[in-house]
Design a protein around this ligand. Structure first.
Ligand code: G3P
Ligand code: MG
Length: 245
């Protein structure tokens, strides 16, 4: 595990730099760095035999030239598909990366990361367990400790138990009424939530609890400035070329 202290910047590349390169690929992560980002976010899901890969959707239809459910396909089957062509022909030949490959790329690029656990339905605990084990065994020591996040309470419960020393954020689309209980139960260090549902009173409530708020997905520089002025700690953006620290 990392020895470098976790200090988050204002700009975090979303799925790498999803507006500039095919999301959740190594090229997307490297592109975020080229555009000046020092941290990236990506999604981790399990393939058929428990292989941890970077992927967002439950099926491969939108972001590859194949079709089918991720949970039904092995890593070697998934690797046969092109993960770049759908975005732009210039990215032909891009492959779905494993979580371990992404960690190596982070170390090579000197990037920090928010690892979002993105389980397929029913695989919440299994996905979080795999992520926790891989972070324990393979997280590069020259890289800032990651921030782990998930929309899944079950996933956050597992990482809370397995790797309590790694910072955690509960991820919300819209804050439920019992959000305070949820973040307290799992001793979360931060709240990640959608820009759509952010309010000033919520920011004040989070600040009163000592919880930084990080907001997705913000691609408009004006909005980013406003959020920073409101006290938002970080934003997740597809366009780190447009929004700078
Ligand atoms: O982690 C922030 C953001 O990535 C959550 O939404 O659907 O883009 O993974 P999504
Ligand atoms: Mg995500």
């Amino acid at each position: 595990m990392a020895q470098v202290e976790t200090e988050l910047p204002f700009v975090i590349g979303h799925r790498g730099a999803a507006g500039l390169a095919p999301e959740n690929t190594l090229t997307s992560i490297i592109r975020a760095k080229k555009e000046g980002a020092t941290w990236v976010e990506f999604d981790v899901m399990l393939a058929r035999y428990g292989e941890a890969i970077l992927f967002h959707d439950e099926t491969i239809d939108r972001t590859t030239n194949g079709s089918g459910a991720v949970a039904d396909l092995s890593l070697s089957e998934l690797r046969k598909f092109d993960a770049g062509l759908w975005f732009d022909p210039a990215f032909l030949g891009e492959r779905i990366p494993t979580f371990v490959e992404a960690m190596v790329t982070l170390a090579q690029q000197g990037l920090g990361a928010n690892v979002e656990i993105k389980p397929t339905k029913g695989a919440e605990r299994e996905t979080a367990t795999a992520v926790a084990r891989l972070i324990k065994s393979d997280w590069p020591s020259n890289t800032a400790a990651p921030v782990i996040s998930s929309f899944s309470e079950d996933a956050i419960a597992v990482v809370h138990q397995e790797i309590p020393e790694v910072p955690r954020a509960m991820l919300f689309w819209k804050l439920p009424t019992d959000w305070r209980e949820i973040v307290s139960r799992y001793e979360c260090d931060a709240i990640h939530m959608s820009d759509r549902h952010l309010t000033l009173s919520l920011l004040a409530d989070a600040a009163a609890m000592g919880l930084p708020v990080r907001v997705y997905t913000v691609n408009d520089p004006e909005r980013a400035r406003a959020l920073r002025d409101m006290g938002v700690q970080s934003i997740f953006t597809d366009r780190p070329d447009l929004i700078k620290d």
